[in-house]
Design a protein around this ligand. Structure first.
Ligand code: UDP
Ligand code: MG
Length: 338
């Protein structure tokens, strides 16, 4: 069994894979134990899977999973964690924004007795100001609203002890905001600071839509404050209508020539209440939609190909649909060495 597993989600990263592998290799050679490198192809449409297969054939440390379609970054990380065998599991992005050279520092803290060592960004180099601003605000809002303390400016780049990974794997929920779940399990956690480098090559794969979905997922998954918000909005609307009523009475009695006709006020009030109701229904819908997702109980991902994991049959069978909530259905088109 390897001592370390490194999980890397990959979506259309053909331009970064060779450099990622090169930089990872020089780090892995310095670690004090065997390592497996789990590359999770999240339904890439470029040459990524070909490159991954080549690496697997060249280097027995490289194992891989390939999704039957794009399921998203968080699901790709989840799949990697499901299959990882190491005593410590490191999760990192493929685009080298998470420097592999930081891994020995993460390992060092783990050896000192921390079960979760997360990498915390001190600054983001050469990222667009809009993205930096949104990320800055989002992490702080989440920090204040979430039920658990999710450290600010931390991504998925981290090291987790086997105990933590087993707990994450046992969690049945489908809304998988790994940073939140990782904070939720507890244990001894610490940060390692780093400057986030710019992307090595290729375009960003987290589109604005995907980032927004992740932000909403994290808020809905870790806070009930948005639900309460509709109550507050309703109360605020009631207060405003009361005020408006008083104003109308005043105008009728003391200012009959007021330019505000009844129509204007009615229109404004109707729009305002309509907005409040739609926002409340929308918020409620976010929660109801997630309940619907959970009860459908579909597998979290489907695999079209698995490579490596020779000694891994036992762990893989654990993820059959009837046994695990986020099961993998191996609809194997080609099943490497697995
Ligand atoms: N990624 C993925 N599936 C997706 C989108 C992204 O596996 O649907 C991977 C991507 O290949 C990269 C990591 O997630 O390894 C982070 O993506 P990206 O660098 O585009 O986002 P950032 O976090 O830098 O905004
Ligand atoms: Mg990136």
């Amino acid at each position: 069994m390897p001592r370390y597993s490194i999980v890397v989600p990959i979506f259309n990263e053909e331009a970064t894979i060779p450099e990622l592998y090169r930089r990872l290799c020089s780090v892995l050679d310095c670690l004090d134990g065997e390592t497996e490198l789990i590359l999770v192809d999240d339904g890439s449409r470029d040459q990524s899977l070909l490159l991954i297969r080549e690496l697997h054939e060249r280097d027995e440390r490289v194992c891989y999973l390939s999704f039957a379609r794009n399921f998203g970054h968080q699901v790709a990380v989840t799949a990697g964690l499901n299959f990882a065998r190491g005593e410590a599991v490191i999760v990192m992005d493929a685009d080298l924004q998470d420097p592999p050279e930081l891994i020995p520092r993460l390992v060092n803290q783990w050896q000192r007795g921390y079960q979760v060592v997360y990498a915390q960004r001190t600054q983001r180099l050469r990222e667009p100001w809009f993205k930096r601003l949104m990320a800055h605000c989002f992490y702080r809002v989440l920090y204040h609203l979430a039920d658990v303390e999710i450290p600010i400016d931390t991504g998925d780049f981290c090291l987790m002890d086997r105990r933590v990974v087993d707990l994450l794997n046992a969690m049945p929920e489908r809304n998988r905001y790994i940073r939140g779940l990782r904070a939720w399990v507890g244990f001894r956690q610490t940060a390692v600071l780093f400057d986030r480098a710019p992307r090595h090559a290729g375009n960003v794969k987290y589109t604005f839509g995907k980032s927004l979905a992740l932000a909403i997922n994290s808020l809905v998954g870790f806070s009930k404050v948005p639900l309460r918000l509709s109550t507050y909005l309703g109360l605020a609307a009631a207060a405003v209508s009361l005020l408006m009523g008083l104003l109308v009475m005043y105008w009728r009695l003391f200012a009959p020539n007021s330019p505000l006709t009844g129509y204007t006020i009615i229109t404004v009030v109707v729009f305002f209440l309509g907005a409040v109701q739609l926002i409340s229904i929308g918020i409620l819908g976010e929660y109801v939609g997630r309940i619907y997702e959970e009860i459908k109980g579909r597998p979290l991902y489907t695999l079209s190909e698995v490579g490596g994991f020779q000694t891994h049959t036992a762990r893989r069978t654990v993820f059959r649909p009837e046994k695990s909530p986020h099961s993998t259905q191996v609809t194997s088109e080609r099943d490497g060495n697995g």
